[in-house]
Design a protein around this ligand. Sequence first.
Ligand SMILES: C[S@@+](CC[C@H](N)C(=O)[O-])C[C@H]1O[C@@H](n2cnc3c(N)ncnc32)[C@H](O)[C@@H]1O
Length: 294
Amino acid sequence: MKYNQEKIKEVAGELALAFTKNYKCSLDEASSFFLDNILKQDEVAKLVDASANPKQLARNAVFRNFVKKCKKELYYQLRKYKSDDASLQSSLDAARKDPSDENLEQVLSEVAQFHVSSQERFEENEIFYDKLNDLFANAETIIDAGCGVQPLFFPFGRFSNVKRYAAIDKDKASIALMQEIKSIFPQRYQWLYPDVWNIGEGWDNLCTEHDVEEFDLALMLKVVAVVQRTNPELVNGLCKVPAKTIVVSGVKESMVKKQDIGRRERRLVLNFMESCGRQKIAEFDLDNEFIVIG
Ligand SMILES: C[S@@+](CC[C@H](N)C(=O)[O-])C[C@H]1O[C@@H](n2cnc3c(N)ncnc32)[C@H](O)[C@@H]1O
C-alpha cells in the first residue's frame, strides 16, 4: 500500500464519529463510507497520509471540500426510502412456490424494510390500525395517496366493509411490489388496487376507475411535508382529494437527522387541514408520528 492505512482509517473514523453525532447512521456504516471514499481518491489519501495533525488537515481546502461532498452523499444515501431488496426477492420467490400464511408473514417483514416509512411504523401498526378501526370500521372505500407500501399491512379482517382500497403513489417500485404481492396472494388482497399516480394528475380518473364520487376515507400518511418540500405547487391538488374524511400524518423526528421536527410538521399539517377547509375531528400519536383527522 502506498499510504499509511492506519492513519487513513483513523481519519475516516473521526469523520464518521462527527457525522453520527448529528445523523441516524451507524458508526460502522459511516466509517466504511469515509474510508472507501478516501481510498478512492488518491489526492485525498495522499493529503491524509502527509498531514502532520488533524488541525492541519481540517484547514486544507481540498480536504474540506472532500468532507463536504462526502457528507452530502451519505446524507442522500440515508434519505433513500428503500433498502437493499435481495432478501425481499428471496422471500418473494419462496412465496411464489408456496403462498402460505407463514410465507406471507415473511414477505411482509421484508417489505417493512423496503420502505423507511413503513419500517418506522412497523412495530406500531397494530396501535395505528386499532385507532383507525375505532373511528372508521364501517368505511367501504379508501384512497391512500402517496401510500408507499403501507397498504400491504392494512388489516382487512378488521375492516371487512372495505370494498376498494385505492393505493396510489408515483413510486413505480412500491406499486409494482404491491401488485406482485397481490398476484401471489389474491385472496388476501382482493380489496387492494395499487396504481402508479402523480398528484398532478388529479382525482377524476381514480373516481371513474373506482366508481365513486367521494371516497369514505383518504389517507395521506407522511406525505404532505414531502410534497411541500419537493413539489409545493402540488399541495393544493392534495387538498382537493374527494373524500368524506381525511387522515393526515407527519413525523416527530427527521428521517435522517437526529432532529426534533414535530412542531414544524404539526404546524404544516394543521395549516394543510385549514387550506383544505377541514375541521380537525380527532388526533392521536405514535412514537414518531402524529395523526390528524378532519
Ligand atoms: C414519506 S413517504 C410515505 C409513504 C406512506 N404514506 C407511509 O406513510 O408509509 C412519501 C410518499 O409520497 C410519495 N409521493 C411524493 N410525491 C408524490 C407525488 N407528487 N405524487 C404521488 N406520490 C408522491 C412518495 O413516492 C412516497 O412513497
